[in-house]
Design a protein around this ligand. Sequence first.
Ligand SMILES: [Zn+2]
Length: 146
Amino acid sequence: MIICPKCGMAKGVEADKKTTTCQCGREIDMKRVKLKFMTDSPLELADSVAQANAALMGGEPLPPEKKSRKKDPFYVIAERAKPVKDPIERMRVVARGLTDLKGDFGIEDVRKVVSVLGKDSAEDVLARLKEHNLIYESDVGVFRAV
Ligand SMILES: [Zn+2]
């Protein structure tokens, strides 16, 4: 089983094949991708591919996973914050984005963004935002960018 470098979907392939074409249309050179999983059992292979793709989609029916993630406003904020090198500035972008999106935001909103960024915990980000006076608590557990 391999993971398509273009669309990220898992695909079952016979190990002796040199190339294969993914459902997204990308031709994959077998020598250039990592084998994720190997088995002699076609049944086991089909199972693992189905499982991997189900995990990728978060259990929801596809297509198109990429598009729906892009539309997710939390994901958009994370994408905007990602290239910002300075950690404080990056958190400010997150706080601003959440304030623009929701007015007030809570820790669960922060969590949705930082889970995409995958660096700090929502608790850390909130604590540091408060510490740097980049947000204020407008109500208990409810924040706004300054
Ligand atoms: Zn693909």
